[in-house]
Design a protein around this ligand. Structure first.
Ligand code: PEP
Ligand code: MN
Length: 361
């Protein structure tokens, strides 16, 4: 893809961060008291760098709480001035941007339902021309990496260089989590845009309180640069996302238990062992590729055979038997049957392509 996005040095604009960036606060600003008491608790913990609160809420169905709107700005001003935390809100259109800037919001974020729409992202980018404000971009609702990268490019073209990516999971029929994490997508984003700080929003992935810590830890294990976690002074009565918000006390507990991993270790024994294991992996990968090359040569031979005898490429019984026996073997060898199933499907697909080419010759 080869995306080019310029970014102001990582998170330096937020000050000296020797620990992961932690953003927390309620899903929605609801009342002055809720906004301020939550903010004060988070500030007192000494562990939170910025305060989030939704002012306008994108809800799936109408007639649910759609945010308090502009009334929240004076409350957020008090969070900035009296509590002493920078504040961030979601913007979904040019009007939101204008109001956020007028009201001195420190950081903007673009929500998943907005990133999915290039018209909306472009409208926001146009509204931000000539403004120096940090913008965080959540992944789009659907697992589409190009759309996520496109949003960075649009903002970047408008001159915004203080950018952060937020991984909040993807809409999915698999309901293990509210939003499927599809970790490979943020990993690909990091590969394509290595300079863009990447943080995780475990609240919207988990959807439920008791899974937030698991996802937060996983993102630390994958070397994410920070977390945005929803917290509410009284989560049970929250007007939006009540099931996934943590009380400030629970949030602090989670942060205390979080293990932050290092990029690497200078311990020479670690380095030596790692190198040894990695060279074994290199040998195995190379053998695997040789085996695959051999397997595809056999597919080719079979393709010739089938063509000469006017026999169809796809053979249902044989395919069912391949799939079942490989999955059974995976189970016996203690590797994930789902993984082996996907792998063998990929290989079978390639064999069909090879044989199709032979048939079309
Ligand atoms: C939110 O952060 O409260 C929110 C609406 O998130 P998302 O855009 O990830 O759904
Ligand atoms: Mn929310």
């Amino acid at each position: 893809m080869n995306a080019q996005v310029r970014v102001t040095d990582a998170l330096e604009w937020l000050g000296d961060l020797d620990q992961p960036l932690i953003i927390s606060g309620p899903c929605s600003a609801e009342s002055e008291e809720q906004v301020l008491t939550t903010a004060q608790k988070l500030k007192d913990s000494g562990k939170v760098h910025a305060y989030r609160a939704g002012v306008w809420k994108p809800r799936t169905r109408p007639n649910s709480f759609e945010g308090i709107g502009e009334k929240a700005f004076p409350w957020l001003k008090r969070v900035k001035q009296e509590v002493g935390l920078p504040v961030t809100i979601e913007v979904a259109n040019a009007k939101h941007v204008e109001l956020a800037l007028e009201n001195d919001i420190d950081i903007l974020w673009i929500g998943a339902r907005t990133t999915v729409n290039p018209f909306s992202v472009q409208e926001i980018a146009d509204a931000l021309k000539g403004v120096d404000v940090p913008v965080m971009i959540k992944n789009p609702i659907n697992p589409d990496l190009a759309l996520w990268i496109g949003a960075f490019e649009r903002l970047n073209q408008a001159g915004i260089e203080k950018l952060v990516a937020i991984h909040r999971g993807f809409s999915s029929v698999n309901k293990e989590f509210r939003n499927a994490p599809n970790w490979e997508i943020p990993i690909e984003l990091k590969t394509e845009l290595p300079n863009v700080p990447l943080i995780c929003d475990p609240s919207h992935i988990a959807g439920i309180r008791n899974k937030v810590a698991l996802i937060a830890q996983k993102s630390m294990d994958l070397n994410f640069d920070g977390l945005m976690i929803e917290s509410h002074i009284n989560p049970d009565v929250a007007l939006s996302d009540s099931q996934q918000q943590l009380s400030p006390d629970v949030l602090v507990e989670l942060l205390n238990e979080l293990k932050v991993r290092n990029q690497t270790s200078s311990c020479s024994e670690f380095q030596l062992n790692l190198e040894k294991l990695r060279s074994e992996i290199d040998v195995l990968d190379s053998e695997m590729i040789k085996i695959l090359a051999h397997r595809f040569q056999l597919s080719e031979k079979i393709g010739d055979f089938k063509k000469d005898n006017n026999v169809s490429i796809f053979q249902l019984e044989r395919w069912k038997q391949i799939l079942q026996s490989r999955v059974d073997q995976a189970t016996k060898q203690d590797i994930s049957p789902a993984f082996v199933e996907s792998m063998i499907k990929l290989i079978h697909d390639e064999s069909i392509k090879i044989q199709t080419q032979i048939f079309q010759k």
